[in-house]
Design a protein around this ligand. Structure first.
Ligand SMILES: Cc1cc2nc3c(=O)[nH]c(=O)nc-3n(C[C@H](O)[C@H](O)[C@H](O)COP(=O)(O)OP(=O)(O)OC[C@H]3O[C@@H](n4cnc5c(N)ncnc54)[C@H](O)[C@@H]3O)c2cc1C
Length: 342
């Protein structure tokens, strides 16, 4: 019988589990139920209390490595923590959220345990055994992987499972001792960009995508870049949406986009950009060509605003297309959002 360990860690606040960790818990519960396997959850945290309490109803054995040394992500301490949890759980299948903290250490921990690892897992299926799915070639080819080697580590892509949300309560947690190696890295603090500069928000419900049309000459023969920037940022402020872009728009000024300075190549969605997962997406001033739209593959509900009634969106690429001027539509939308907030 397989035994399953889910590795989790807390967020920057230091006590609550990250959403991606809670998604991994759901994946672990589903897999354990299907295989009739035992489930253990390992928690890496400075203070384990809140995180463990949130997992009280998960029906799993809880292990933790906690203490001040684990407050900040750092290879030496995180790898030691994960290794200790894996050895204590002695699990055959190890699931972990594929965020920056565990991606950094997962391959090293797997090597220490003599195991194998697969990354970017989007689904785990299989009637008898374990079959892990991932996508290749910019989300165009899906592979289903099964392996005999154990322990088998699977790093899960965020947004592929529902986050576990059980009734919090008091719970028994086993503290796992870790012998830390000599630390050569000291975490002295965090420097994050200004809130306004953080336009890429993978956890947002909605994705707003800006296309090159925002910087093109409009019916009055003029460009209106400043107005475009204000409309886009106004929408982001009001909704907390994430900002994506077409390649044509981010290419306009290299990485220091002079027209809409809050955009960089990191915002690009598509074949040579990213493939985000949001419940809803709104494309504005973008033509909707295939190399761009391929990045929309996992967006739940797609809407687009384009002046061109023959654009790619109207040819089956969107659920709803508004053939309209995005300047006018977004101005009205922002006004309605402002009124709703007041
Ligand atoms: C190998 C390869 C990889 C690629 N990878 C990517 C990728 O990862 N991502 C990507 O985006 N592209 C990619 N492309 C480029 C892609 O093919 C398109 O060129 C690009 O997506 C076009 O961007 P756009 O729609 O913003 O610009 P345009 O094609 O210039 O379209 C602008 C649109 O805005 C509309 N518009 C103008 N003003 C308004 C207004 N006031 N209101 C409403 N609509 C308005 C116009 O009608 C037009 O439809 C790739 C191409 C290749 C060959």
């Amino acid at each position: 019988m397989e035994s399953i360990l889910v590795l989790t860690h807390v967020d920057e606040g230091g006590s609550a589990l990250t959403k991606a960790s809670l998604e991994a818990v759901t994946a672990g519960k589903e897999l354990a139920a299907r295989l009739g396997a035992s489930l253990t959850i390992g928690i890496v945290a400075a203070d384990r209390t809140t995180a463990a309490g949130a997992l009280a109803s998960a029906g799993a054995r809880l292990l933790t490595v906690s203490g001040e040394a684990f407050a900040q992500p750092r290879y030496a301490s995180d790898a030691a923590a994960c290794e200790a949890l894996c050895r204590a759980a002695n699990a055959a299948i190890v699931l972990a959220p594929g965020g920056s903290r565990f991606v950094r250490v997962a391959a090293g921990v797997t090597h220490r345990l003599g195991g194998v690892i697969d990354t970017h897992i989007t689904a785990i299926g299989g009637a008898e055994g374990v079959e892990a799915s991932r996508w290749y070639y910019r989300q165009r080819v899906e592979a289903v992987i099964s392996r005999d080697a154990r322990p088998w580590f699977l790093l899960l892509d965020a947004g592929t499972h529902t986050a576990f949300a059980g009734e919090p309560g008091a719970v028994d947690v086993e503290q796992v001792a870790v012998e830390l190696p000599a630390m050569r890295t000291t975490v002295s603090g965090l420097r994050t960009p200004m809130k306004d500069a953080q336009t890429i928000r993978p956890d947002a419900n909605m994705l707003l995508v800006a296309g090159a049309g925002w910087t093109k000459k409009q019916p009055d023969g003029q460009t209106h870049a400043a107005e475009a920037g204000a409309l886009i940022l106004g929408f982001l402020h009001a909704t907390g949406a994430s900002l994506g872009s077409s390649k044509s728009l981010v290419d306009q000024g290299g990485d220091n986009q002079p027209v809409l300075p809050f955009l960089s190549h990191m915002n690009q969605i598509g074949q040579t950009g990213s493939t985000p997962r949001h419940a809803k997406g709104l494309s504005t001033c973008c033509h909707g060509e295939e190399p761009h739209v391929v990045g929309w593959r996992f967006i739940g509900e797609r809407r687009a605003i384009s002046l061109d009634s023959n654009c790619g969106w109207t040819r089956g690429k969107a659920d709803v297309v508004y053939v309209a001027d995005a300047f006018q539509v977004m101005e009205k939308v922002n006004a309605l959002l402002g009124a709703a907030k007041a």
